[in-house]
Ligand binder design. Structure first.
Ligand code: MF3
Ligand code: CO
Length: 248
């Protein structure tokens, strides 16, 4: 069931998503060799609580951290801990927020110091794929126009899109309908309507699209152990076009 949001509800989602963006901006400044993924998580939780919000992932299906932190071949759902970032890593940070009954969801992947040309290109193309997906989220377009735009950017650059995880509607639940795959056929899917709020989150792989879950039950990695990047914005479809809520 798709739940369209009123202007007031979108205003609330602006607030929760703005916190996600603030946290991300703060964490970005912390990223350097030697920082542990657990330190990022601790700082994030602190910032979220200080703003009167709740870390949405903590307690979600038994997950026990504020962030997912996914390094290199880790696609999503990496568990923060004692691992130190090192020069040349790419680190994906995913942050969920609950404020005043509405969720925010935002992720970005960053370079740690000097990364390979391939890594740099993967990050740039993932951002471009997300932005082109967002640009397709306009009233009267179809849902899989978004998917097709993302896929086109990724594959034209020689990367693959992960099939097993998707973007999602978001609101009073972290995950609502519809699901938004990062691949699909233009001109198909439901018609987009004003008030639809979605978390779009392309995951792009350097190599093949296949992924697997590590024995920890959470960490998703590429099967070929090549690099992956994940970027996510929560956006609202409005009468004046897509609005990115998870941005400063
Ligand atoms: N950020 C993920 C999503 O966008 C959810 C994280 S799973 C959790 O759907 F368990 F860590 F919360
Ligand atoms: Co999400």
């Amino acid at each position: 069931m798709i739940i369209l949001k009123s202007r007031d509800e979108i205003e609330k989602m602006r607030k929760s998503n703005r916190i996600a963006a603030e946290v991300m901006a703060h964490l970005q400044e912390m990223i350097r060799p030697g920082v542990t993924t657990g330190e990022l998580d601790r700082v994030a939780e602190d910032l979220i609580l200080k703003r009167g919000a709740t870390p949405a992932f903590k307690g979600y299906q038994g997950y026990s951290h504020a962030l997912c932190v996914s390094v290199n071949e880790q696609v999503v759902h990496g568990i923060p801990g004692t691992r130190e970032l090192k020069d040349g890593d790419v680190v994906g940070i995913d942050c969920g927020i609950l404020l005043d009954d509405f969720y925010g969801d935002h992720a970005w992947t960053f370079a740690v110091a000097d990364v390979s040309d391939t890594a740099r290109r993967l990050l740039a193309v993932t951002e471009e794929a997300l932005m082109r997906g967002i640009a397709s989220a306009v009233t009267a377009n179809r849902l899989y126009d978004i998917s097709a735009s993302i896929q086109e950017v990724a594959e034209n650059a020689g990367f693959s899109v992960v099939r097993d995880y998707v973007g999602h509607g978001i609101g009073r639940s972290l995950h609502e309908d519809p699901q938004i795959p990062n691949f699909g056929e233009r001109g198909t899917g439901m018609r987009l309507r004003t008030g639809l709020v979605m978390a779009l989150e392309p995951m792009l792989n350097e190599g093949k699209h296949d992924v697997e879950v590590l024995p920890d039950g959470w960490t998703v990695v590429t099967k070929d152990r090549k690099l992956s990047a994940h970027m996510e914005h929560t956006i609202a479809v409005t009468d004046s076009g897509p609005e990115i809520l998870s941005r400063l």
